[in-house]
Design a protein around this ligand. Structure first.
Ligand code: GDP
Ligand code: MG
Length: 174
């Protein structure tokens, strides 16, 4: 008999860093260069099988609106209320998007459930020729904050399943 565990996962980060594309890659193994922006909230589920006995089901919350929320105003906590895990995404070709990611992480550290599992994710590694955020800088910050850190390309799929598997392994399974 296998056991299934369910967790709420939220995506956070600046607009256009590839949050919805990461979800689309993880859930449907698809990518769309001309994908329309999320309108309202998108709610998707996907499972990760850790071993024959253990299945982790993610309820994934991806919205367009949260990008416009002013940090520490009242709406943002609604979005990550009861979240067990968060993927905070930046775009490796946009230095400003790492600053935005840091802001979201501070917000989560202040307001979210203290047991929340946070992964920092540098997306668009297929555009490494335009890289503005070094791996060293991002890794150092993640280490200082005690966060998991990954680089991904939603376009090629590189690193995407690893993010969700690593989160699944960090969640309390009991
Ligand atoms: P969101 O606003 O954070 O949800 O970002 P989207 O998922 O809507 O992506 C914004 C734009 O970046 C779209 O044109 C995507 O096709 C593109 N994009 C997303 N991920 C990648 C990636 O890994 N590589 C490249 N080259 N483009 C990407
Ligand atoms: Mg989106």
């Amino acid at each position: 008999m296998s056991k299934q565990f369910q967790f709420k996962l939220v995506l956070l980060g600046e607009s256009a860093v590839g949050k919805s594309s990461l979800v689309l890659r993880f859930v449907k193994n698809q990518f769309d260069d001309y994908r329309e922006s999320t309108i309202g909230a998108a709610f998707l589920t996907q499972t990760v099988t850790l071993d024959d006995q253990t299945i982790v089901k993610f309820e994934i919350w991806d919205t367009a609106g949260q990008e416009r929320y002013k940090v520490s105003l009242t709406q943002a906590p609604m979005y990550y209320r009861n979240a067990n895990c968060a993927v905070v995404v930046y775009d490796i070709t946009q230095a400003s998007s790492l600053d935005k990611a840091r802001t979201w992480i501070r917000e989560l550290q202040r307001q979210a459930d203290p047991s929340i599992v946070i992964a920092l994710c540098g997306n668009k590694t297929d555009l490494a020729v335009r890289r503005q955020v070094t791996q060293e800088e991002a890794k150092k910050y993640a280490d200082e904050e005690g966060l998991m850190w990954f680089e991904t390309s939603a376009k090629t799929g590189e690193g995407v399943s690893e993010v969700f598997t690593a989160i699944a392994k960090k969640l309390p399974l009991s």
